[in-house]
Design a protein. Structure first.
Length: 188
């Protein structure tokens, strides 16, 4: 009888030891993954290292090209309105984005005689094909030459695009709000 008890108890002890050992190694791994923020000097060194890569060289060449300078000038024209989150009058120039773009749903607009990509992000829909829950439905009703009021907090750029990319946070048509970005949950 004692032999049977020992035979059952021995694997139990071995398995529990393995479980505790595995738990400790997972805790150590998660502690190692939590990295401190980089210092200014480390960030500058990482940037210098990236600028020496083929992608970094291509990006620096784009920045100094006439096309890159044009994009930066367009960003500068609306920077104050973005910072203050004030109204910008825009005219819809195209209902589609440039060919090959991967920005999700968006429009081409003209603000202060400059063209911009007005990007809203990927379109979401319910799993049921018949029940489409599209937050951009009213934006799909816009037409070329419609005058809209937009507000945004962010403008970005990418060498792939010849225009600054404005994130659409708020859109108004004929004094009616047709789109307002929902605030993020659980974040800043």
């Amino acid at each position: 009888m004692k032999k049977i008890i020992y035979a059952l108890l021995l694997p139990l002890v071995v398995v529990s030891g393995l479980v505790f050992a595995n738990r400790d190694s997972k805790n150590e791994a998660s502690k190692k993954l939590t990295a401190k923020p980089l210092s200014v000097a480390e960030r500058k060194a990482a940037l210098k290292k990236w600028e020496a890569t083929p992608d970094g060289i291509k990006y620096k060449n784009w920045e100094s090209s006439p096309e890159g300078k044009k994009v930066y000038a367009g960003e500068a024209k609306i920077r104050k309105q973005l910072r203050d989150f004030t109204n910008m009058e825009a005219i819809v120039t195209s209902l589609s984005l440039p060919p090959g773009s991967r920005l999700g749903f968006g429009l081409m607009v003209r603000i202060h005689d400059e063209d911009y990509i007005l990007s809203f992000g990927p379109e979401k829909s319910d799993k049921n094909v018949l029940n489409v829950n599209n937050e951009f439905q009213q934006l799909h009703n816009l037409k070329v030459n419609d005058k809209i009021i937009i507000r945004s907090h962010n403008v970005s750029h990418a060498p792939k695009y010849s225009y600054p990319i404005v994130s659409g946070d708020y859109v108004e048509l004929d004094s009616k709000i047709i789109y307002k970005r929902a605030p993020r949950k659980g974040g800043c």
